[in-house]
Write a protein that binds this ligand. Structure first.
Ligand SMILES: Cc1cc2nc3c(=O)[nH]c(=O)nc-3n(C[C@H](O)[C@H](O)[C@H](O)COP(=O)(O)O)c2cc1C
Length: 184
């Protein structure tokens, strides 16, 4: 009988930004961990208005990264981009996407993006109100990030937390998980 050696676990850098859809991202993280992936989470300060560090630590069994200058090892932003097999920003706010597309690196999430080794896949799962999604700044950022090789996932259409109905909803966790597996 042929016994296949176990596949190496994929290292996933999972970034969460300040969207109401952070709770949906937890479903994706849980599926990845259950599938044997090693997941390290990075959050913006605003993401912590929507989700607690303890939830992410509990799901990943790993500390949560937020502060570029935290007293871990220096140059962690470079080490993490070397460690990862794939990164995903999920949910990605309009603000985060527009900063990434402008090359701004003023927090850990955007600093990691600028330190990205572009041979590895980077996915972005947008989540925002329909007007933010349609704004010319966001449209331009989607185009720019795509030209740089970032895989921008689609968005869902429907009821939004603000009461609007339209484009910009985060995809469902199963769909995002499928996209990650495809990209790996
Ligand atoms: C209740 C609430 C929900 C929000 N949801 C979103 C969202 O889904 N997408 C988005 O782009 N911004 C959303 N925002 C606005 C962002 O949190 C805000 O632009 C913030 O500056 C984003 O910071 P970050 O990108 O550094 O995480 C929301 C704000 C509030 C108060």
């Amino acid at each position: 009988m042929l016994i296949r050696p176990p596949k190496r676990k994929a290292n996933i850098l999972f970034q969460l930004t300040g969207s109401i859809a952070c709770y949906k991202a937890c479903g994706v993280i849980s599926k990845l961990v259950q599938g044997g992936c090693d997941v390290k989470t990075v959050v913006t300060a605003n993401a912590l208005n929507f989700i607690g560090k303890s939830t992410l630590e509990g799901l990943t069994h790993r500390p949560v990264y937020m502060d570029t200058f935290e007293d871990r090892s220096a140059l962690e932003h470079v080490e993490l981009t070397k460690w990862m097999d794939l990164a995903i920003t999920c949910p990605a706010t309009a603000n985060a996407m527009n900063k990434m597309a402008a090359g701004v690196a003023d927090d850990f999430v955007t600093t990691l993006f600028l330190a990205w080794d572009q041979k590895k896949p980077w996915l972005v799962a947008p989540a925002m109100n329909r007007s933010m999604w349609a704004h010319p700044a966001t449209r331009r950022s989607v185009k720019t990030l795509g030209e740089w090789g970032v895989k921008i996932l689609g968005t869902g259409k429907g009821y939004q937390a603000c009461g609007d109905v339209g484009e910009g909803r985060l995809l469902e966790p199963e769909e995002i998980h499928k996209e990650i597996m495809k990209a790996l």
